[in-house]
Each structure stands twice: as structure tokens, then as C-alpha cells.
Design a protein around this ligand. Structure first.
Ligand code: 5GP
Length: 202
């Protein structure tokens, strides 16, 4: 039987650079990236089915009712959720899967799927976080302030995660996450049938 893939959950406040890091990870290693559903309006450059599945509140509610979401949460006034089928299918194929989701959803996944690896990405300091959010230019001032406020609340959850990575430079943070993933695949608990490989040889 094929070994299950690793479920890697990356959270971190808006402005921590999650998007960039996840892009680097998917370019450098064979990860499947789960595309979330959201009720948020698309940003100018965002495409339906590429960045998110953009849904109305009613459509999102229907996905919840029909148990199509592995987890979901409300974040700064919008709903976000992970479509279940894709994640399960990829993991069963032996493919590693990345979820880039906020803390409430990440903790739901960890309960359902304790083998998942929770990584919390943080910016080097608060000034840098504010600067990144402002420079992004995709949100108005009120939304930026809400997101900074929420970022501080989210930092409280760092202790519930398995690893924390400081995003000082994209290259180093990407490498740190690849190192974590590499080490996780070698955990004894993920390799319990290793003895069987030898038995046939004695
Ligand atoms: P944004 O609006 O900036 O794209 O995302 C806002 C927050 O929602 C980010 O922290 C992002 O990681 C999170 N998010 C994106 N997709 C999901 C999801 O499927 N579930 C949950 N719980 N959070 C998500």
C-alpha cells in the first residue's frame, strides 16, 4: 500500500509572507496546494479556481451543510474553508498537501488529523508586518488595521503549533520549512512498517 502523503498546515498573520513562501514551496518540491473556498471578493489579480473558489454566502453555507469542507472559519468578516475531497484524494495518492489557512481552521484540522504538521510563520517584527500589509496595496486602511489587530490575536496561538518559522528572508524561511518536512517524513511513527522491508531478506 502506498504511504500517505504529509499534510502541512501553514498559518501566520496577514503580512507574514505565507503566500510567497507557499509559492516557493510548490515550485521547489512536489506539494499539492489545496485551493480554498471563500466568500471574500476577489482582489484584482485573483482568478476563480486558481487563487480561491469564490463563493456567495449561500453557496458557502451549502458546502458546510453538505459536509464538503474539511474545516472552515470566519476571518475579518469573510468565510474561508478547505474543500475536503481534494485533500483526502491527494494524501491517499501519497502526495504531500499544503493548507495555507488561519489559526481557527488549522486547529480544527489538527484535531481531525493529528498527523498533520502545523507550522506558524511570523514576520521578523511588528513594524515589518505593518509595512508588508501597507505595501501590498490590496486593502484599504480600515481592512489593514483590522488585519494588524487580528495578527496580534493570532500570535497568541503560536504555542498550539508544532513549529514556528521566522520569515526574515524568503529563501531561509522556505528552506526551514523544507527541512521540517524532510525531518517529519523520517519520524518513526510515520515509518512503522519499515521492519517488514527487512523481514523478507533474512
Ligand atoms: P486572504 O483574505 O488574505 O486571502 O486570507 C485571509 C486569511 O484566511 C489568511 O490567514 C489565510 O491563510 C486564511 N485562509 C485562506 N484559506 C483558508 C481556508 O480554507 N480556511 C481557513 N480557516 N483559513 C483560510
Amino acid at each position: 500500500m502506498k504511504k500517505q502523503g504529509l499534510l502541512v498546515i501553514i498559518s501566520g498573520p496577514s503580512g507574514s509572507g505565507k503566500g510567497t513562501i507557499v509559492e516557493q514551496l510548490t515550485q521547489r518540491e512536489n506539494f499539492s496546494l489545496s485551493i480554498s473556498a471563500t466568500t471574500r471578493a476577489p482582489r484584482e489579480y485573483e482568478q476563480n479556481g486558481v487563487h480561491y473558489f469564490f463563493r456567495t454566502r449561500e453557496e458557502f453555507q451549502r458546502m458546510i451543510t453538505q459536509n464538503e469542507l474539511l474545516e472552515w472559519a470566519e476571518f475579518c468578516g469573510n468565510c474561508y474553508g478547505t474543500p475536503r475531497a481534494y485533500v483526502i484524494e491527494q494524501l491517499q495518492k501519497g502526495q504531500n498537501v499544503i493548507l495555507e489557512i488561519e489559526v481557527q481552521g488549522a486547529l480544527q484540522v489538527k484535531k481531525l488529523y493529528p498527523e498533520g504538521v502545523l507550522i506558524f510563520l511570523v514576520p521578523p517584527n511588528l513594524e515589518e508586518l505593518g509595512r508588508r500589509l501597507t505595501n501590498r496595496g490590496t486593502e484599504d486602511k480600515e481592512t489593514i488595521n483590522r488585519r494588524i489587530h487580528r495578527a496580534l490575536e493570532e500570535m497568541e496561538f503560536v504555542q498550539d503549533y508544532d513549529y514556528v518559522v521566522i520569515n526574515d528572508t524568503v529563501a531561509q524561511a522556505t528552506q526551514d520549512i523544507l527541512d521540517i518536512v524532510h525531518a517529519e517524513t523520517m519520524k518513526c511513527s510515520r515509518n512503522q512498517d519499515i521492519q517488514k522491508t527487512f523481514k523478507g531478506e533474512i
